[in-house]
Design a protein around this ligand. Structure first.
Ligand code: C2E
Ligand code: MG
Ligand code: MG
Ligand code: MG
Length: 282
């Protein structure tokens, strides 16, 4: 999804038009090769229950482990992957990889562990994205649909496209859970929030960044949390970096938190180690 806050700004702008086109072509070619050579993997960031400090959920975030360029962040390739529809094979990889990790976590650590994955609007609108096979893939992996939370952005709720709305409904009907990602940065509409069958609302990091005692952002977060709870949604605050932010959000009744204060996104083995550690500290 095209995020407007600059995180996506791939440095094309100081190139001339022809160089820009060339850079896009190169990136596109590299994405295709990266998919062929299986250079993508998922990192996992814990979602912490703010009251108890326990971890029963995490968000899966894609990383490109490039042999020469190192770890490439999704902001640098998701927009072009969406435009070119390579997001469809990437999205299928994300889904199946998340199922593997879920099976390990549920077997070894916590039988109810839940993973969130980010789903692009392009995956909802492309006929052959593979989304329709997800309930069957979950069943084949012996996992209940509620083991997965699909993170979607607000824009998806208001798209009138029939296929997208049908697929959203059928994912919800299958028992998968839904989270509204980056809440507050798009076309937040109370009316749609009420209609949506979402389970979680994620307050965008930009509100959390500026939260201080008695300021505007605090009032805004308070309003969002109250409203979300009235519509039956649990609230996850993104990008918590300080204990002050954590405590202010807890006072507002925010249910879960995610951010560097708790942990950065980690490769699977380190994430498993973190869970094992936090379990022995319970
Ligand atoms: P998002 O879904 O809103 O994910 C949260 C982003 O915030 C992640 O960036 C995470 O690493 C970062 N973050 C979490 N806590 C903190 C913090 O305390 N401080 C700071 N500075 N950052 C924090 P990441 O992994 O680079 O992903 C960026 C965006 O790329 C995601 O935003 C999501 O929109 C997209 N994305 C990531 N993985 C996938 C994927 O598998 N599929 C699709 N379609 N999009 C993805
Ligand atoms: Mg997300
Ligand atoms: Mg539901
Ligand atoms: Mg987000």
């Amino acid at each position: 999804q095209a995020k407007q806050n600059g995180r996506n700004c791939f440095a094309f702008f100081n190139l001339n038009l022809r160089e820009q086109a060339q850079a896009r072509m190169n990136l596109l070619k590299n994405i295709r090769r990266g998919i062929e050579k299986q250079q993508f993997d998922l990192y996992y960031q814990p979602i912490v229950d703010l009251d108890s400090g326990t971890i029963h959920k995490a968000e899966a975030l894609i990383r490109w482990l490039h042999p020469r360029q190192g770890i490439i962040s999704p902001a640098q390739f998701i927009p072009l992957a969406e435009e070119s529809r390579y997001i469809n094979p990437l999205g299928q990889f994300v889904f199946t990889r998340a199922l593997q990790t879920l099976n390990i976590l549920r077997e070894k650590i916590d039988p109810n562990f839940q993973l969130s994955i980010n789903v692009s609007p392009v995956q909802f609108s492309c006929l052959d994205s593979g989304i329709d096979q997800w309930p069957a893939l979950l069943e084949a992996a012996n996992l209940p649909p509620s083991a997965i939370v699909a993170e979607i952005t607000e824009g998806l709720m208001i798209t009138p496209e029939h296929l997208t709305q049908q697929r959203l409904k059928s994912l919800v009907r299958s028992g998968m859970e839904l989270a509204l990602d980056d809440f507050g940065t798009g076309y937040s509409s109370l009316a749609y929030l009420q209609q949506m069958d979402a389970d979680y609302l994620k307050i965008d990091k930009c509100f959390v960044d500026n939260i201080h005692a008695n300021n505007q952002e605090l009032a805004l977060c308070k309003a969002i949390i109250t409203m979300a709870h009235q519509f039956g949604l649990k609230v996850i605050a993104e990008g918590i970096e300080t204990t002050e932010q954590r405590h202010l959000l807890m006072e507002l009744g925010c249910d879960y938190g995610q951010g560097y204060l708790f942990s950065k996104p980690l490769p699977e083995p380190e994430f498993i180690a973190l869970l094992n550690n936090s379990k022995t500290n319970d």
